[in-house]
Design a protein around this ligand. Structure first.
Ligand code: COA
Length: 150
């Protein structure tokens, strides 16, 4: 079966964000302030008509780095539990990296949940800085990937 990846609305992300990233919390917790950023975009991966994986890309400077180059932050990367470990997360993130490259973006970074660090490492993201807590979610590691050099 062929998966389809396309741009989706914030609202289309909510069911997956809720089921994976905000389990047991109110639906309102699925809204990110960044969703209001007009240059933010969201990708969804579909199996048949079901959206099973999502990722949001927000234009934002790479913290603590003195660079004027364009960078984006990845947020809300999630694959429905039943579909994890089947390559969909990697497929979606690679697609997003391709789009960012076309747009001339230099760096994609994220605050990775500890449980996802190995996933990002597989996609050749590097860690920077110490672990830090984002309550109530838990410990995170900042990671980044240089998409293209000058
Ligand atoms: C993390 C997540 C997005 C990965 O998506 P996925 O579809 O499950 O991952 P994939 O199947 O595409 O995996 C790609 C590679 O990463 C590896 N990988 C994925 N998750 C991993 C994990 N938690 N630990 C170690 N390796 C992992 C896979 O083994 C695979 O390696 P391979 O290419 O050698 O086979 C998904 O599991 C998820 O939604 N997890 C819960 C929410 C979460 O933590 N989101 C990230 C917030 S920062």
């Amino acid at each position: 079966m062929k998966e389809l990846i396309k741009e989706v609305s914030t609202k289309q992300c909510f069911p997956v964000r809720h089921a994976v990233l905000r389990k047991g919390r109110p639906l309102s917790s699925c809204a990110f302030e960044d969703d209001q950023n007009e240059h933010c975009f969201h990708l969804g991966l579909f199996r048949k008509s079901e959206i099973v994986a999502i990722a949001s890309f927000i234009p934002r400077g790479f913290p603590d780095q003195k660079t004027t180059k364009t960078s984006f932050q990845l947020r809300g990367m999630a694959v429905l539990d039943a579909h994890q470990g089947r390559g969909f997360g990697g497929q979606l993130l690679r697609h997003g990296l391709g789009l960012l490259k076309e747009r001339g973006v230099h760096i994609l970074w994220m605050n990775a949940r500890i449980g996802a660090v190995a996933f990002y490492q597989k996609l050749e993201f590097s860690s920077i800085g110490d672990l830090f807590d984002i309550p109530p979610i838990g410990m995170h590691q900042r990671m980044y990937k240089v998409i293209q050099n000058e």
